[in-house]
Design a protein around this ligand. Structure first.
Ligand code: ADP
Ligand code: MG
Length: 250
């Protein structure tokens, strides 16, 4: 039996609600993610991807609607509960890495556990395991400015995974990478997912999206239809995404 890890119910987001020019960026978003899924949300620039992800990640509040993660309505948490929930249940990978430049990769990966006051021994074990999962054991004692973009993003992936979150969110995680590094990053996320970690990625990039197992398309703040990679090679799924975007963008 699979377990539902995330549900959204009729989520709306209006920016500038009390101004003369309110803007409705999300117009009723409803979907679910099951445990262990690797889901992509694709849409053009301005379609509402980051708005949606920030709400799912408890970094922003919806104007109306519900978001439940691991059975908990996250829109009803108080600010301090929200911070705890975020550090215990969620992992994040952003386009621009968000690593702390003055800390080594090892220390960056350890951050979520340090914030939870985990014991040094437990931190060391967990950090090395996470580093192994994304294949960066050899660079773990380097500083971010000694790393390539692809290595930095895998450090960010290890950090996202170290506290064993219920789900990892990525916002255009390959957006700042060249195609080789993007491929390595997506291979690393595929490995992580195959070990049972749920991942939700928003992207406008068909190549990155082709690694997902299911893709929902968002346009003008609404989710249209979705496609599944089941039974398809990654190359065929990539082609399907390209075809789909061709009709969707018009
Ligand atoms: N803080 C904000 N205030 C007003 N409008 C915003 C704000 N953030 C985003 N928007 C608008 O909401 C829409 C969706 O933005 P966003 O979620 O960033 O899209 P995407 O990530 O898909 O490019 C865009 O039209 C954008 O201009
Ligand atoms: Mg965005």
């Amino acid at each position: 039996m699979t377990k539902t890890i995330l549900t959204t119910q009729d989520v709306h987001k209006i920016y500038g609600e009390k101004t003369e020019k309110p803007y409705e960026a999300l117009k009723g978003i409803s979907f679910s993610v099951e445990e262990g899924e690797f889901v992509g949300i694709m849409g053009a620039s301005g379609s509402g991807k980051t708005t949606l992800l920030n709400i799912l990640a408890t970094l922003d509040q919806p104007t109306s609607g519900q978001v439940a993660i691991d059975g908990k309505d996250v829109t009803k948490l108080r600010p301090n509960q929200m911070a705890d929930f975020r550090s215990q249940k969620l992992g994040f990978i952003f386009q621009d890495f968000n690593l702390v430049e003055t800390l080594t990769a090892r220390e960056n990966i350890a951050l979520p556990l340090s914030l939870q006051n985990a014991k040094p021994k437990a931190i060391k074990v967990a950090v090395e395991l996470a580093a192994k999962k994304v294949n960066i054991e050899d660079i773990i004692d380097k500083f971010p400015n000694q790393l390539s973009g692809g290595q930095k993003q895998r450090v960010a992936a290890a950090r996202a995974l170290v506290a064993e979150p219920s789900i990892i969110f990525g916002d255009e995680p390959t957006g700042a990478l060249d195609s080789n590094n993007a491929r390595e990053m997506m291979d690393a996320l595929t490995d992580i997912n195959s070990q049972g970690v749920s991942i939700l990625l928003v992207t406008h990039d068909p190549f990155s999206a082709s690694f997902c197992k299911r893709i929902m398309f968002i346009k003008d703040g609404k989710i249209g239809d979705e496609i599944s990679a089941e039974g398809k090679s990654r190359q065929d799924f990539y082609q399907e995404i390209l075809n789909r975007l061709g009709t969707f963008e018009q």
